[in-house]
Design a protein around this ligand. Structure first.
Ligand code: DAH
Length: 355
């Protein structure tokens, strides 16, 4: 009986060697983590031959149990170890393959990238701002929903002035309206500056009850300018605007001041530049005059100074208002003001410098 058991143990040890050999071979042949799982299942799961041999240990003598038990454990741990090593190698291989497959070749040409473009309105607005900041002006701001007081009254625009007509202004109630120009910022800045010198520009939106067409828009934009100090005369205004216009339109353009009228300036001027299209000879763009009207300005009216806390005997100043779209249209030869607002990328792309 003992011999039989001994033989049985011997055979089982033999079998274990075979299992180990088979298992190691299968592990060696594994190519994927999936294969590893199949082999692990076959050799180490509860239903595996190895595990069923474990369950026979109970019926053996201590000595046999020890011999067979040790072998069983050794085979099990060798298989586990081999599986672990192979699994690591496979995972590493799989990762490398994945990295290789998903590698980005940054030298490949890119797909056609559709970029946005800066609206020419903003290109010109920023240029205007830059030129005046360069002359020592600072930026001022004011509300678009404005009081009648600032929009008209404090700018010496009397009750019966046509600019107050309901046809021209968007009124919200009898005291509030959408500002019709950026000039109310003059009054607001003077009020805040308490009699001290001023040098500001204010870029901003303005609104008028116009029917939209190629040259009119119910909403447009201006840059207001205001300088107040002692001993300021119209020569300063001319020099300032000449410098601005030559920077904006080129050194060759001539600038002239023509008498005009605004309630808030005295004297008032309209500023012209020589027509770039015909060089002053006359053409349809300048309506055969050789000159193009570009902005309005003048010496701040003594009434405006007084109403806003400045003594006209001590202080004088000049002011001007520039239409941003008008400057942009002339600079780029844009024939329709509505193009600034429709966001057609084919239009916008024409003005962005290619990098
Ligand atoms: N506010 C005027 C307009 O909208 C433009 C203007 C003219 C502004 C003369 C000024 C100025 O400051 O002095 O037409």
């Amino acid at each position: 009986m003992k011999d039989v058991t001994k033989r049985g143990v011997f055979m089982q040890l033999e079998r274990l060697n075979q299992i180990l050999e088979e298992a190691l071979k299968s592990i060696d042949e594994c190519e994927t983590s999936e294969d590893i799982n199949v082999v692990r299942n076959k050799y180490l799961s509860k239903k595996s031959e190895l595990m069923s041999l474990m369950s026979t240990l109970g019926g053996l003598s201590i000595e046999e149990k020890k011999e067979l038990g040790q072998k069983l454990n050794q085979v099990k741990s060798e298989i586990s170890k081999a599986l672990e090593i192979k699994n690591q190698a496979i995972l590493e291989k799989e990762l490398n393959e994945k990295l290789q497959k998903e590698k980005i070749d940054i030298t490949l040409p890119s797909k056609n990238f559709k970029s946005g473009a800066k609206n020419p309105f903003y290109i010109i607005r920023d240029e205007i701002i830059d030129i005046f900041l360069g002359m020592g002006y600072s930026l001022a701001d004011g509300p678009e929903v404005e009081q009648d007081l600032y929009n008209f009254e404090l700018l010496n625009i009397p009750q019966d002035h046509p600019a107050r007509d309901m046809q021209d202004s968007f009124y919200i109630n009898d005291k509030l309206l959408l500002r019709t120009h950026t000039s109310p910022v003059q009054a607001r800045v003077m009020e805040k500056s308490e009699g001290k010198p001023i040098r500001i520009i204010c870029p901003g939106k303005t609104y008028r009850r116009d029917d939209d067409d190629a040259t009119h828009s119910h909403q447009f934009a201006q840059v207001e300018g205001l300088l107040i100090d002692k001993d300021i005369n119209i020569g300063h205004l001319k020099a300032t605007l000449e410098l601005f216009l030559k920077k904006m339109f080129g050194e060759k353009r001539e600038v002239r001041l023509v008498p005009s009228f605004f309630p808030f300036t005295e004297p008032s001027v309209e500023v012209n530049i020589s027509c770039a299209n015909c060089g002053g000879k006359g053409c349809p763009i300048c309506k055969d005059t050789g000159w193009i009207e570009i902005l309005g300005g003048g010496m701040v009216h003594p009434n405006v100074l007084k109403m806003n806390g400045y003594d006209p005997e001590v202080y004088s100043g000049f002011a001007f208002g520039i239409g941003i779209e008008r400057v942009a249209m002339l600079r780029y030869g844009i024939d329709d003001i509505r193009k600034f607002y429709t966001n057609d990328v084919r239009f916008l792309h024409q003005f962005t410098k290619k990098i």
